[in-house]
Ligand binder design. Sequence first.
Ligand SMILES: [Zn+2]
Ligand SMILES: [Zn+2]
Length: 94
Amino acid sequence: MCEMCGSTEQPLVTVTMDSGGTVRHRQVCQRCARSDASTVVRRPVRMCVRCDRITDTPVLVSEVHQNPRPGFSVYACGDCAPHFPPLPDVFDLL
Ligand SMILES: [Zn+2]
Ligand SMILES: [Zn+2]
């Protein structure tokens, strides 16, 4: 849920707010992130493929290739990433 307006709109983004020297991280909707000029989006956020949480420290765990469509990358959060075996592209075997 957005910490600024309470919206449940997804996806949420993590923004860094510098309020008088105190740096805080907040999860806000994209509208609030855009509307507040003082917020700085530090990095792109991703949804963890395992726990569905939005993480600002995404770890690439797999790349999916679906010819002829362009492939996409699968990300996990830092907590879940260690649970993924270091398999090369299991999706390619489908
Ligand atoms: Zn909001
Ligand atoms: Zn996760």
